[in-house]
Design a binder for this molecule. Structure first.
Ligand SMILES: Cc1cc2nc3c(=O)[nH]c(=O)nc-3n(C[C@H](O)[C@H](O)[C@H](O)COP(=O)(O)OP(=O)(O)OC[C@H]3O[C@@H](n4cnc5c(N)ncnc54)[C@H](O)[C@@H]3O)c2cc1C
Length: 387
């Protein structure tokens, strides 16, 4: 084991993949999460294993990240995925006209496609709107939002990672612009303690700005919530996307015996204050039933919101215009604060790639040359986290 101790803040999918990569490269690592694991955005996302199709026209960097990581996750975490494929469905003239840009975007991003006639599509998914014009099949799938990070946590834990829940970072140990650890409040015991480290990785997603502010640093994050609605029953097996530029209620993900319709998009300043607008819930039923008419009368199970950690500054583009790509910030370069890096943006689908980029920055800062091997190693079963 290397003689370096790295602290990771945040126990979502990104923190999970980061602590796995760190321990695989030989670091001693401790992760602190203020609540339960995946209690942030990770435990509440839509569950779409993106092929990248959704971003292939307007956000190709993110589309390429998605298809590459989609293929890797199939190999390293198969138990967390349902490989049910996806359809982009054209219902209107406008949707049909969008197909050309969609297909060429997918080709540019190396996303495999298969164009289907209405007859072929309805044979595969009979509950789709019978007025559909065409559909394009892509390698989307369903992610189990909890099990995927648990695979990473399990593997890291078996390599000696120290994973602490209900442990909130309330400050940084800092002298002369150098971070040397964090101040933690243990919510189980109500005690506070210092945790020293050679470097701190901030993987707090939509909370990244709040956390970096405690170290007198800054990160350009726009917390961007979306609403999702789950209805009882599974009306199709493939993931459905509307074939048009990303909009509200245009994805339906079959998740066990539920169908999850999402999502909307706006921006907030505080990721702890999202709200759940009633008109967004109604919009999910309205737009979802344009693709699958049965959704209109499907029994309601739950509605919730969660915040995307999108990269962007106040006053820039908002919500849907912001890229879904990710970035690792070295706060020495950005704010003159040594010993702290932040990883943010991205998707649940791209968690492994986000971790690879982050741990490369960690190694570079410490003058180490240790290659990443997370693409190859099949992760332990998620159940191994508990034993
Ligand atoms: C509506 C919606 C739908 C989405 N759908 C999909 C999808 O279908 N497919 C997909 O690939 N992606 C999807 N995403 C994106 C994906 O959910 C996120 O990109 C991803 O979950 C972010 O993970 P994370 O670990 O970076 O952040 P989080 O999961 O939010 O983890 C950050 C953690 O930091 C913790 N934390 C905060 N402050 C502190 C502190 N001071 N001390 C200790 N811990 C702290 C939080 O409690 C939290 O658990 C969706 C996002 C949204 C909002």
């Amino acid at each position: 084991m290397l003689d370096y101790h790295i602290i990771v803040i945040g126990g979502g999918g990104t923190g999970a993949a980061v602590i796995h990569d760190l321990t695989q490269r030989g670091f001693k690592a401790t992760l602190v999460e203020r609540g339960e694991l995946t209690s942030g955005t990770t435990g509440r996302h839509h569950g779409l294993l993106h092929s990248g199709g959704r971003y292939a026209v307007k956000d190709q960097e993110s589309a390429i990240e998605c298809i590459e990581e989609n293929m890797i996750l199939r190999k390293i975490a198969p138990e967390a995925l349902e490989l049910n494929e996806g359809l982009f469905v054209a219902i209107t003239d406008e949707d049909e006209a969008y197909a050309e840009a969609f297909l060429s975007g997918c080709e540019e991003c190396h996303i495999p496609t298969r164009t289907l006639t209405p007859k072929q599509t309805l044979e595969l998914e009979p509950k789709l709107n019978p007025k559909l014009r065409l559909a394009v099949q892509v390698p989307d799938g369903t992610i189990d939002a909890w099990r995927l990070p648990l695979h990473f946590f399990a593997t890291a834990k078996h390599r000696g990672a120290d994973i602490r829940t209900y442990a909130e970072v309330i400050g940084f140990l800092q002298q002369g612009g150098v971070v040397s650890g964090v101040r933690v409040r243990d919510h189980r015991t109500n005690q506070e303690y210092d945790l020293k480290g050679d470097l701190v990785v901030n993987a707090t997603g939509a909370w990244a700005e709040k956390v970096t502010a405690m170290a007198n640093a800054d990160v350009p994050i726009r917390p961007s919530p979306g609403v999702m609605v789950a209805v009882r029953g599974r009306y199709h097996n493939m993931v459905l996307n509307r074939l048009h530029a990303s909009g509200d209620g245009d994805i339906i993900v079959p998740q066990r015996n539920l169908s999850v319709i999402g999502t909307s998009s706006w921006v907030v300043d505080d990721p702890d204050k999202l709200g759940l607008p009633e008109d967004h819930i109604q919009a999910m039923f309205k737009y979802g039933s344009e693709m699958v008419p049965t959704i209109k009368d499907a029994p309601f199970r739950a509605a919730w919101s969660a915040a995307r950690p999108l990269i962007g500054s106040k006053g820039e583009d908002e919500g849907r215009e912001l890229s879904r790509t990710f970035k690792c910030f070295d706060h020495k370069e950005r704010d003159g604060v040594e010993g702290l890096v932040t990883i943010s943006g991205g998707k649940a689908t791209t968690l492994r790639g986000m971790a690879e980029t982050t741990v490369n920055v960690v190694c570079q800062k410490l003058g180490l040359d240790i290659p990443c091997r997370t693409k190859e190693e099949v992760l332990l079963p998620y159940r191994a986290y508990y034993n």
